[in-house]
Design a protein around this ligand. Structure first.
Ligand code: ADP
Ligand code: MG
Length: 718
């Protein structure tokens, strides 16, 4: 185990990197620029990868390409610069170890390499072996000069793993190329490891099967094998995930347990009438379950902060309507906020349809309403009369007075970052007078969020899932095509079906980040279709820049069948509900993300009849785009599509992760370390339940404060 502490320098973890022995001002500057400011940061400056240099491989035993890296010890017997066409040159060397020859090749930095790797030079070379023209070679091997003893160890399988640190020009300029950087890190770990406080009490740490921090740092920087490396990393990953989950658990507790909210006394007649008499269908099992979860929150004397996830068409709006009705019949105001005016209007129409003669006033408040009307509605809101108001997100962003606000429903929350959401979801911190009861908040999203992401990004929320579709829904068949080859034929088929009574969406993408250009593409597309296969058909147009009345008209004309074809930019993406629409053509499908394609396709086949969706791709189509189209053909399950999307893109690029405002994880991987994150959440909950101010865990509390304050200044807003 670790050496006794007295051998180590007793340095504070916050020691500026400049004062760490062996660093100094010049190198310190390079580290600073890499975001390494203190001794603590240095110890956490982990290798980006490792080379397994436990055993040397004999060249003679190499059979073709290798999966992983191998290390070969030998002597250079021949070396030369080879010029290739186009002025480029490469440097080639022949390495022999007595059992065979291996070619080494460099394509970059050849001038530097040729002065160094010359005939007679002996060292250890590591890398992956490729076959080139049938001859084995390693391109850009890691080179390490070894002492005689080290060579012997390596030959006999007593070598070690070699750490490779993230370096680059900033470091190279101050003489810290790969090898000196490695040596410096090795010295620093040797000299200073042990200065980091241990945050876990022994018993808990053992229960979690984690090494001490001091051991973990040693294993991460200087492992002898994979097992040691993994053990070290496990600790760093767990700590990182744990602090994040502790942050969420802390926020959850503050809102859900310590903030005063409304305890609704009962579900009464009106809600019952809505569910039993007014809704023309039986709620699905999932809707009932979710409503029970929501009601359990509503009757507690603390605010609800719940995320409702459900695929397009799973019936979220209906769930929201029931919840709002409960709020209203208990004497409160409820608001539903949609991301666009079109959607607000749609929600308004749906709500009125189901609620009309119940004693629940429903109002629509969007920018398009006249100034006078708008003032009247605002005055009504300010008077605190119980009722439902539906609008856009502007509803809460403006200084709108809603004195008896009991429930706020936010639709399509994926357009928010974490910071915005926290302001909305935890209003106790930013709004309202002290002691006032905080409203319940329900966020609805049609973007199914992979579980692993939900845990990291929405850790402050309780999550409900509508994982069951209402019955009687049609299936949608999907195919992808090369537009150049099949476009004409497809539009002719669409035209034929429309003439027979079907309705079709034709979707144009956001070509540029400009709605103007976008609009032009859609307009042009429409005209071209009208001249060609759609000749004589009534074709509507819908796009983001239309005034709200015109949008409403275009939608209404499509819904009534007056214009059975609707050419649209992606504004139909969310929530639009025309049950009769069964056909969809997506132009430039290769440009859309999976989530978006899924949302779009969710617009058709809603009325119980089967749908048909054609995805038109224009070459060149990238590998990733191809994978997206394949996924769309294969499945219509939103949760499967979401997991697939995450896999194709990786977490760093996944919708919502970057916008979420969370700092990226340094050690853990959101997807691969999902189980570890679950464990971390569990432990965070347990610890806060046992010691709500963390007083029983002083070291942990200090660390939490240090990390959490940096990560979450937004938590302290207001
Ligand atoms: P979402 O908001 O999740 O996209 P909606 O609430 O708009 O879904 O519901 C989609 C459609 O399904 C609407 O026409 C709605 O009236 C209908 N619907 C909702 N719940 C049910 C149910 N339990 N049974 C049958 N139809 C339902
Ligand atoms: Mg909806």
């Amino acid at each position: 185990m670790a050496a006794p502490a007295k051998e180590k320098k007793a340095a504070p973890p916050d020691l500026p990197v400049l004062y760490v022995r062996g660093v100094g001002p010049r190198k310190g500057e390079a580290f600073e620029r890499a975001g390494v400011h203190t001794l603590r940061d240095l110890l956490y400056y982990v290798p980006r990868r490792y080379i397994d240099r436990t055993t040397a491989t004999r060249i003679g035993s190499l059979r073709g390409e290798t999966k992983g890296e191998v290390t070969v010890i030998g002597r250079i017997t021949d070396a030369r610069l080879v010029s290739a066409r186009g002025g480029k040159s490469r440097y080639e060397a022949l390495l022999s170890d007595g059992t065979g020859d291996l070619k080494l090749v460099w394509f970059r930095q050849t001038n530097k390499i040729r002065r160094w790797i010359r005939e007679g030079y002996a060292a250890a070379f590591s890398g992956k072996v490729n076959l080139y023209g049938g001859f084995p070679q390693i391109a850009h091997p890691e080179v390490m000069a070894l002492s005689r003893g080290e060579m012997q160890d390596l030959r006999e399988g007593r070598g070690r793993w070699i750490a490779l640190y993230p370096g680059g020009q900033v470091f190279e300029k101050v003489g810290l190329e790969a090898r000196p950087l490695r040596n410096l890190m090795d010295r620093i770990v040797g000299e200073y490891n042990g200065c980091l406080p241990e945050i876990w009490p022994d018993s808990m740490r053992e229960q979690l099967a984690l090494p001490r921090i001091r051991e973990a740092i040693e294993l991460v920087h200087r492992p002898h094998n994979r097992r040691e490396k993994d053990r070290g990393w496990l600790r760093l990953k767990f700590d990182e995930l744990f602090i994040l989950q502790l942050l969420w658990a802390w926020t959850r507790r503050r809102t859900r347990e310590q903030t005063k909210g409304i305890a609704y006394p009962a579900v009464r007649e009106t809600t019952r009438a809505l569910i039993e008499k007014k809704l023309p269908f039986e709620l699905t099992g999932a809707q009932k379950r979710v409503l029970r979860e929501i009601w359990a929150d509503m009757k507690r004397p603390h605010p609800m902060t719940r995320l409702l996830q459900g695929d397009v068409g799973s019936g979220k709006t209906v769930v929201a309507l029931v919840a709002m009705t409960i709020a209203v019949e208990n004497g409160f105001q409820a608001v539903l906020m949609a991301p666009t005016e079109i959607l607000a209007e749609q929600h308004f129409l749906t709500s009125r349809k189901f609620i009309d003669d119940l004693e629940v006033p429903v109002e629509l408040l969007v920018g398009g309403s006249g100034a006078k009307q708008r003032r009247e509605k605002l005055a009504q809101l300010a008077a605190g009369k119980p009722g439902i108001t539906i609008g856009t997100h502007a509803l809460i962003q403006e200084a709108v007075q809603i004195p008896k606000l009991g429930l706020a429903v936010i639709d399509e929350q994926h357009r928010f970052g974490v910071a915005q959401r926290l302001t909305l979801m935890h209003p106790g911190r930013t709004k309202g007078s002290a002691g006032a009861e905080k409203p319940d908040v329900l966020v609805m999203t049609a973007t199914p969020i992979p579980r692993s992401l939900a845990l990291a990004i929405y850790g402050d929320l309780e999550v409900s899932r509508l994982d069951e579709m209402p019955p009687g829904r049609g299936t949608v068949q999907t195919s992808a095509h090369n537009a150049n080859a099949d476009r004409r034929r497809i539009y002719e088929e669409v035209a034929k079906r429309v003439r027979a009574g079907d309705r079709a969406y034709i979707i144009f993408p956001l070509v540029q980040e400009s709605e103007k250009v976008d609009l032009a593409a859609a307009q042009q597309g429409r005209e071209e279709l009208l001249r060609g296969p759609f000749k004589g058909l009534a074709v509507g147009l819908l796009h983001g820049r239309m005034p709200v009345d015109e949008k409403g008209e275009a939608m209404a004309a499509f819904a009534s069948g007056q214009t059975p074809v609707l050419v649209s930019t992606t504004v139909v993406e969310v929530g639009v509900d025309v049950p009769e629409a069964t056909l969809m053509v997506v132009e430039h499908a290769e440009r859309f993300g999976l989530a978006q394609l899924h949302q779009l396709r969710g617009r058709i086949g809603r009325g119980g009849r089967d749908g048909r969706c054609w995805l038109l791709a224009y070459p060149p189509v990238t590998q990733a785009a191809r994978a997206r189209l394949q996924t769309m053909i294969r499945t219509t399950d939103g949760f499967v599509i979401a997991e697939e999307d995450l896999r194709i893109r990786g977490a760093g690029d996944y919708f919502g992760v970057r916008q979420s405002g969370l700092p990226p994880l340094r050690f853990a991987d959101i997807v691969e370390d999902h189980d570890l994150a679950k464990r971390a959440r569990q432990v965070a909950d347990d610890i806060l339940a046992r010691s709500r101010e963390l007083t029983d865990y002083p070291a942990l509390r200090d660390e939490f404060r240090r990390v959490a304050l940096g990560k979450a200044t937004w938590l302290e807003a207001g």
